[in-house]
Design a protein around this ligand. Structure first.
Ligand SMILES: Cc1ncc(COP(=O)(O)O)c(C=O)c1O
Length: 387
């Protein structure tokens, strides 16, 4: 599909008021606020005002967002838990995973978000071993490194789709094939891809997937989701749990633990009602805008960015090849805090991790936004690491 770089943001940018004041190119941290998400929060307050405690409706909204997420990632509704964060879903998994005999190893890529590493290391107190798969000096992790780490003692392999630190994308499908050949399960953290490119749990071949709606799905903080392949749901009995994970939420029985027969068993307490309103609005808006179209659009913007960086004598640490990267492009700096501040002083909103400036374009960004970033970088060349 040929996408006109000008047309996509031209169609939708007016729905994101932040662009009236700033060049917002930081969706790897948080999506821009749209008119429809603002309106959804207004509706939440109006419903609360008008009905007092409309819990029946709010539980219906929980089921509605479950359906929205399931369709988004090509799962069935009974394979999706609505959580408050990636951490909550993965903690529920870790608390209930019963690895087979002799499988005491968790393999964790070096691209994982802190929460993933920390949750699996927390399981060391329960007899699990954690092995990290290190990255090469060029910031990629070759498949051979996974081949070497995953063995017959491996219970689970944790991989991230796109790394939040350097924008590098892992070949999740190939890692999943290696893991499955050796009898290990696969958990994918898709937070840096979901909404920026099509994510399909069947195509990825994963057993579990965790993400949230805060970034490229245009929702807000407080709502994550967790996918568990149907055949595995009964195999995991989370001890990090709560009444909304129970077989019958309204049984109110304090005498036993009977988890839901579906992925709802990965949930816990009272659902996050306000961000549920926002998530439905954000995800539906993103689907209306078009996720595949957004991916193509951002690839064109990122090609401009990479070319501009080359002209400035620097190079992103993010691989340029489309199959090795996503929306996020990370640029090495000699003093990234000063660089982020220099951009902010010119109303360009970005973020950083490690020594890298993070530029993450989305559906609403334009070639002019990329040029605005490059102009500030040109005026601050001394803060860029030479290629
Ligand atoms: C790759 C990735 N995983 C997870 C998270 C966040 O996890 P949680 O929802 O537990 O805060 C982020 C960003 O905040 C992320 O970039």
């Amino acid at each position: 599909m040929a996408v006109d770089v000008a047309s996509l943001p031209g169609r939708i940018r007016h729905r994101f008021p932040v662009f009236g004041q700033r060049v917002y190119i930081n969706s790897c941290s948080q999506g821009a606020l749209s008119d429809s998400v603002r309106e959804a929060y207004g509706r939440y307050l109006a419903d609360w005002d008008e009905y007092g405690a409309p819990w029946e409706y709010w539980v219906e909204q929980l089921e509605a967002v479950r359906g929205t997420v399931a369709r988004l990632i090509n799962a069935d509704e009974d394979e999706v838990a609505i959580t408050t964060s990636v951490s909550a879903g993965v903690s529920a998994l870790a608390s209930g995973l019963r690895p087979g005999e002799g499988r005491d190893k968790i393999v964790v890529s070096d691209f994982e978000f802190p929460t993933i590493g920390q949750i699996w290391h927390a399981q060391e107190r329960r007899g699990v071993r954690v092995e990290h798969v290190p990255a090469e000096a060029d910031g990629t992790i070759p498949l051979e490194r996974f081949e070497a780490a995953i063995d017959e003692q491996t219970a689970l392999v944790a991989v991230t789709h796109v790394c939040f630190r350097n924008g590098s994308r892992l070949d999740v499908e190939a890692v999943a094939r290696i893991a499955h050949e050796r009898g290990a399960l696969v958990l994918v953290d898709a937070y840096q891809t979901v909404g920026s490119l099509p994510v399909d749990v069947g195509a990825l071949g994963c057993d579990f997937l965790a993400a949230g709606v805060l970034k490229y799905l245009l929702g807000s903080a407080g709502l994550g989701f967790f996918f568990c392949r149907r055949a595995l749901v009964q195999e995991v009995e989370p001890s990090a749990t709560g009444w909304f994970a129970d077989r019958d939420i309204f049984e109110m029985d304090i005498h036993d633990y009977s988890p839901a027969p579906t992925a709802r068993r990965f949930e816990a307490g009272t659902p996050p009602v306000p961000p549920i309103y926002a998530a439905i609005a954000g995800v539906e808006l993103m689907q209306e805008i078009g996720i595949a179209e957004t991916e193509a659009h951002v690839r064109e913007l990122n090609a401009l960015l990479h070319d501009g960086l080359e002209e400035l004598g620097t190079r992103a640490v993010t691989p340029r090849a489309p199959e090795r990267s996503g929306a996020l492009v990370c640029i090495p700096s000699t003093d990234v805090n000063v660089l982020v501040a220099a951009l902010a002083a010119e109303d360009v909103v970005t973020s950083s991790r490690d020594d890298n400036l993070r530029i993450s374009a989305h559906c609403y960004n334009t070639a002019d936004d990329v040029r605005a970033v490059l102009d500030v970088l040109a005026r601050n060349r001394g803060l860029l690491k030479p290629a």
